[in-house]
Design a protein around this ligand. Structure first.
Ligand SMILES: Cc1cc2nc3c(=O)[nH]c(=O)nc-3n(C[C@H](O)[C@H](O)[C@H](O)COP(=O)(O)O)c2cc1C
Length: 512
């Protein structure tokens, strides 16, 4: 390191300082005629969109995204709210009664003015489930939802968005229920950036879910003011590259704002791959309005995942993840991304998908394969699993059971989905006897984070807290922005990389 770098680097690392630079890298003062440049303070609180932060009452445009089955827990939402960002409660996969109880507790735990959201997952195979969850959200005053896995706009989603829609005396539309849509494809983004489809508005009206007045205002609001463009991520993913997805989604936001003449411009947030400050800065520099993380948060103390599974996650590298079939959209061939380090879930689940493609009924499965399934994967006879599945669907979704009784291929799908669904629960509860079957959603961002913090206090998941991780990414992005400006001024070598060591929690606390 040159003497120039050794005197300038510590100053760059504090993003609050303004640096007045003279020739040769000497520091000057404001107004000095010899200045060759200024490195301004970079405040993480200015990252993302101002209107987004204002609307949601946030200091930071940072979201801890939903994680199924309460993995993004109440504790996670509270920790993120305390630092001035927002957490989305992982309601997907939970029973409506549990969701209702958790939401009520969460509301009690948050301070007045703090923000939280909850997940609404699309369940086209069982619309009544979505209806129940929306009813809970409306009753409990949940005014922010993350809408995930929607292939089309559903009546329940329209009901949520339009309920309470009104105007101020100057004609400005007020939509109390905010939807952050999460998509990976532009054709779906178009649906969310458009007003609710008139046919579905009519259906919601016919069902008495919305008033005439709310229906009449529908053409003036987008289904979602905010849309998270989710690149290659943990969980359900299309494996889309962030570098091409984010700019396309941003272009679409401008196009649809103009097309529908919305007063408030549509906003796009970035998700997928945010595991280091450099990644967050890339999203910021691409103009993203907010930043969503998932995989890194799952390995934090506040996450609802078992401690044993967090230890595995803490050791994962970027390539220790693999595609696997999704339990909820198995028949459609949808994929999730899961951890492959320390578990055999991915190859086993992929085997099930292969058998599903090859066979028409459970009886078609070749005897050797069936034996392997029963002994190694299911550890139960297929007939027993079918009985359990039947009992479950009789209670939860009799219509699907009826279809399955008449359709052996669906029967096979339900049996396979038993394994795919249980495997997530085994990981969440930390069932050691089933460790080799644990299904742990995870994207490459976690490996990137692990690599970055290797050898520091954060290497151990026991020392990871969601708010600290948010702070590490935001603060680091601010510092790197300054390093980049310093490189442009010739203060750092042209070919230097922005390899920043993470500050300790105490140092970090100084900045937040
Ligand atoms: C364990 C886990 C569970 C997830 N569950 C959900 C979910 O239920 N609903 C949802 O919208 N997104 C879910 N996601 C996606 C995250 O909210 C977030 O968008 C994504 O993880 C961001 O990409 P990253 O994994 O690279 O950080 C999940 C992600 C993980 C890692």
């Amino acid at each position: 390191m040159s003497s120039l770098q050794s005197h300038i680097l510590p100053l760059l690392y504090d993003p609050r300082e303004t640096l007045y630079i003279k020739p040769g890298g000497e520091l000057g003062a404001q107004g000095d005629p010899n200045l060759i440049g200024i490195i301004p303070p970079i405040a993480p609180g200015n990252f993302g969109s101002k209107s987004f932060r204002k609307e949601f009452g946030l200091r930071y445009a940072y979201i801890g995204g939903a994680m199924v089955g309460g993995i993004s827990s109440r504790a996670m939402c509270v920790a993120l709210a305390d630092m001035g960002s927002v957490g989305i409660f992982g309601a997907s996969g939970l029973n409506p009664a549990v969701i209702e109880g958790e939401i009520e507790k969460l509301k009690d735990e948050l301070l007045p003015g703090q923000t939280f959201g909850s997940c609404l997952i699309h369940t086209p195979q069982d619309p009544s489930w979505e209806e129940k969850v929306v009813e809970i959200y409306l009753k409990s005053g949940v005014t922010l939802i993350e809408a995930s896995a929607f292939m089309q706009i559903s009546p329940s989603l329209v009901r949520y968005r339009l309920s309470g829609l009104t105007t101020t005396p100057d004609g400005t539309i007020v939509a109390p229920n905010r939807v952050i849509a999460k998509v990976s494809r532009l054709e779906l983004a178009k649906r969310f950036f458009s007003p609710p489809p008139p046919k579905i508005v009519q259906e919601a009206l016919n069902r008495g879910w919305i008033t005439e007045r709310e229906a009449s205002l529908a053409p003036r609001v987008p289904m979602a003011q905010d849309l998270t463009a989710e690149a290659d991520s943990g969980g359900h993913t299309d494996f889309r590259p962030a570098l091409s997805l984010w700019p396309s989604a941003a272009r679409l936001a401008d196009e649809y704002t103009a097309k529908h003449d919305y007063r408030q411009p549509l906003r796009v947030g970035a998700a997928g791959g945010l595991g280091t400050p450099l990644a967050l800065l890339a999203a910021q520099d691409m103009g993203m309005s907010y930043f969503v993380t998932g995989s890194i948060n799952q390995c934090c103390q506040e996450s609802g995942l078992s401690e044993e599974a967090k230890i595995l996650l803490g050791k994962a590298g970027q390539t220790d993840v693999s595609p696997a079939p999704a339990a909820d959209m198995f028949e459609l061939g949808s994929k999730i991304q899961v951890l492959k380090y320390g578990t055999l879930f991915a190859p086993r689940a992929n085997k099930l998908a292969e058998l599903y493609r090859q066979c028409q009924t459970l009886a078609d499965i070749p005897p050797e394969e069936a034996k392997n399934l029963e002994e190694k994967i299911f550890r139960k006879p297929i007939s027993v699993i079918w009985e359990e599945t039947r009992t479950f669907f009789k209670e939860r979704d009799p219509a699907t059971l009826e279809k399955a009784l008449a359709n052996p291929k669906l029967q096979m799908a339900l049996v396979f989905r038993w394994y795919l669904g249980q495997a997530s629960r085994w990981a969440i509860s930390g069932l050691t006897d089933r460790r080799t079957d644990w299904c742990v959603f995870c994207g490459p961002s976690l490996g990137a984070f692990n690599e970055w913090v290797s050898g520091t206090i954060y290497e151990d998941p026991a020392n990871r807290r969601v708010a600290d991780l948010a702070g590490l990414l935001l603060h680091g992005a601010a510092v790197i922005k300054r390093l980049s400006l310093a490189r442009d001024l010739g203060l750092l070598p042209d070919d230097c990389y922005f390899n920043l060591s993470p500050p300790s929690p105490e140092e970090l606390a100084n900045f937040f």
